[in-house]
Design a protein around this ligand. Structure first.
Ligand SMILES: [Ca+2]
Ligand SMILES: [Ca+2]
Length: 113
């Protein structure tokens, strides 16, 4: 009887979890390398579950898959070459010009790429 109750409880928990999974592909990819419990956790407590969080060790925003945007320019830090200085998307989040010319160099580098 006790085993049956556990089985029912497991089934209920499984259904509950199944409803929570927003992106099954991402979840299945996650459980290949991590435990189910880890994938369903929110390790960095940013409100984005581990399996959906591309920055699982850093608090971030849901719109950037759990990654932060420190300078608030709309480009997440991981894609932002200048994550402490706001800049346009066309220049990888860097301002076009800078007093010491360093950022301008980054711009030139991208033009060559
Ligand atoms: Ca995160
Ligand atoms: Ca940014």
């Amino acid at each position: 009887m006790k085993i049956k109750a556990s089985a029912v409880l497991f089934f209920v928990i499984s259904c509950f979890h199944a409803q929570e999974i927003a992106d099954r592909d991402a979840f299945e990819k996650c459980i290949k390398e991590n435990s189910r419990r880890t994938c369903m956790s929110d390790k960095d407590k940013d409100g984005v579950l581990f399996y959906l969080d591309e920055c699982s060790n850093v608090q971030g925003l849901a719109e950037f898959k759990g990654c932060p945007d420190s300078d608030g320019d709309g480009i997440p830090d991981k894609d932002d070459f200048c994550f402490e200085v706001p800049g346009p998307m066309e220049n990888k989040g860097c301002p076009w010009t800078d007093a010491d010319g360093a950022v301008f160099w980054i711009k030139m580098m991208h033009v060559q790429l």
